[in-house]
Ligand binder design. Structure first.
Ligand code: AGP
Length: 583
């Protein structure tokens, strides 16, 4: 997901802009750039790779005198990872950075080429620049409105016009905020980018155009100036700091006891939780880890509430024929609240007048704002691309919904001890470092389980593969014999999750099958009777509501340490973005 920062004020823009880009690195990117508005011209500097490369290029350049600029981290969608494709892009009098995808870019590009427009990149973004420039005759507001009316797709733009001392911002589907400083103002993809300069910001709504100079910010909606709600952020720059840990991913795993405790305390008042028993059917829709959290939750909803519960990945759900019953609830799970597919799934349900419930982390996000009701998991800022504490809280929130539905006061008593149990497990993390040392050279790894254990396997497998790049798959243990067991050979790591009393012997027999084919078996269980093969870790036995909260941190740590032994960029794995705000 791309990152945008804009600055106008008394400071040297490049310092503020680079600082902001660094705070947005977690979003994932492969190139970056900066544009500075000078008295006579615009200076644009870009580079491929990490921001440190951009800094090096800046150091070698004569930086023009400026008090306004825009900057960008690009996660390539249209066009390869090249300096020419990096943002900012400038055509004529218009310089712009973009987060999103212009879906009709090719058609527009051909039309503009007929009008002799010369493009310098393969990007969809340059089409937007060319269009704004086409309509620009000195009236920036008109040019932006006219050009964006022709665009299909998603965009967040920060824009500068030659000879104009103002910054302009507009968005559709991709988030963008405006930040309020003293004698300076900001544009950013999210508040983390500018938290060192201001905590006060407003969310730009769809179609609004913000005009910023160093003294004021004006926001236009349908040509009228409107008053925007100012939000005071409670995140600190510490949130964007590793606080002594080697990586954000480990820091965020270690925060799990604290944030779990906060969640259980906050929602011990059942009145804050919706009653899901009034629904006949529940659809849980999400992507990636959020979806895997949903699968754990769905198992509990069906087991404990006898409500039919489907889990679908949002990228499928948004296009498939969904048969709604008037008493259907659609739950959207999303850490960022900005995942494009999940937003589309939410809007699909809303178009059908179906109740929507968000389980999100970012309280100002699109999903949080547009769902009928939102439950906030309170994970704080999650910087590592691989989600850990947010996943744990998503599972815990779903468990709370079920506990509320069954009014299970005993479970709420048990909840009080869970953060401490997690803390004890994290305290033994060097054990899991040992497992990682055993497996980090593997080419493949498999996770097997049944029922809710299989749901935990899915998250464990995703965690391992996304940070260590080891090919990994989760399988229903009972499915092994139907094909997958052909992949088992000497030394292949197989993680067996065995916590469900009712079927533990079944999974154990699958373990014996793979071990008899020389697999290395690592068992995570809540039952000391389950045999130890190559490795066994026993977590405390707790009710099914909370069992995943003790098992999955073990799998998260194994993924983390495996990637660490491989010396990989754990917080920013290749090709991945923290939130996929484009299709
Ligand atoms: C998880 O480690 C991944 N980063 C990814 O699967 C993520 O969970 C998914 O993209 C959904 O993101 P969201 O929760 O912000 O919607």
């Amino acid at each position: 997901m791309c990152g945008i920062v804009g600055y106008v004020g008394e400071q040297h823009p490049e310092k503020v802009l680079i600082d902001g880009l660094k705070k947005l690195e977690y979003r994932g990117y492969d190139s970056s750039g900066i544009a500075l508005m000078g008295q006579k011209d615009v200076q644009i500097i870009k580079s491929v790779g990490r921001i440190i490369n951009l800094e090096e290029t800046l150091k070698k350049s004569k930086i023009i005198d400026s008090n306004m600029g825009i900057a960008h981290t690009r996660w390539a969608t249209h066009g390869g990872v090249t300096e020419a494709n990096a943002h900012p892009h400038k055509i004529g009098k218009v310089t712009l950075v973009h987060n999103g995808i212009i879906e009709n870019a090719n058609v527009l590009r051909e039309e503009l080429k007929k009008e002799k427009v010369k493009f310098n990149s393969e990007t969809d973004t340059e089409v937007a620049v060319a269009l704004i420039n086409k309509y620009y005759d000195g009236n920036a507001l008109y040019a932006i409105k006219k050009a964006t009316s022709k665009l299909k797709g998603s965009y967040a733009f920060a824009i500068m016009f030659d000879g104009d001392d103002k910054l302009y911002a507009i968005r559709k589907d991709s988030p963008l905020i405006i930040g309020y400083g003293k004698g300076e103002n900001f544009i950013a993809s999210d508040i983390a980018a500018i938290i060192n300069y201001t905590k006060d910001y407003s969310l730009l709504a769809e179609g609004e155009i913000a005009i910023l100079d160093k003294e004021k910010i004006e926001v236009f909606s349908d040509g009228e100036i409107i008053k925007k709600k100012i939000i005071h952020s409670n995140i600190t720059s510490l949130d964007a700091d590793k606080c002594g840990y080697d990586h954000f991913m480990l820091k965020e795993i270690m925060e799990e006891p604290k944030v779990l405790d906060g969640l259980f305390k906050r929602y011990s008042d059942f009145s804050l939780l919706p009653d899901i028993t009034k629904y006949k059917e529940i659809h849980i829709v999400a992507c990636g880890s959020a979806m895997y959290a949903g699968i754990v939750g769905a198992s509990l909803i069906e087991e404990k509430c006898n409500i039919k519960c489907y889990v679908e990945c949002a990228s499928e759900y948004r296009y498939k024929k969904v048969i709604y019953d008037r008493k259907t609830l659609v739950i959207l799970i999303s850490q960022s609240g900005e995942t494009a597919d999940t937003i589309a799934a939410m809007r699909k349900a809303k178009d059908e007048k179906i109740d929507t419930l968000a389980i999100v982390n970012v309280e100002t996000s699109t999903i949080a704002r547009e769902c009928d009701k939102a439950l906030f998991i309170g994970a704080g800022v999650e910087v590592a691309v691989a989600t850990t504490k947010a996943y744990i809280l998503q599972v815990a929130m779903l468990s709370l919904l079920v506990i509320r539905a069954t009014n299970d006061k005993k479970a709420m008593e048990e909840a009080k001890k869970i953060p401490g149990e997690v803390n004890n497990i994290l305290g033994e993390r060097e054990i899991f470092e040992g497992v990682a040392k055993d497996i980090y050279k593997a080419r493949d790894a498999f996770f097997i389980g049944r029922g809710i254990d299989y749901a935990m396997c899915m998250e464990g497998s995703l965690k391992l593969k996304e940070v260590s790049y080891i090919h990994s798959d989760a399988f229903q243990a009972g499915e092994l014999k139907h094909g997958t067991i052909s992949l088992i050979e000497k030394g292949v790591p197989v993680f067996a999750i065995i916590t469900d009393e009712r079927i533990k012997d079944k999974t154990e027999s699958n373990v014996v099958e793979v071990e008899s084919r020389d697999a290395f078996v690592y068992t995570i269980t809540n039952d000391p009777e389950v045999p130890n093969h190559r490795f066994r870790y026993v977590v405390p036995k707790v009710s099914p509501y909370f069992q995943a909260l003790l098992v999955v941190p073990v799998l998260q740590l194994i993924g983390y340490y495996t990637a660490k032994f491989k010396g990989l960029d754990i917080d920013k794995p290749r090709n991945l973005a923290k939130s996929v705000t484009v299709e």
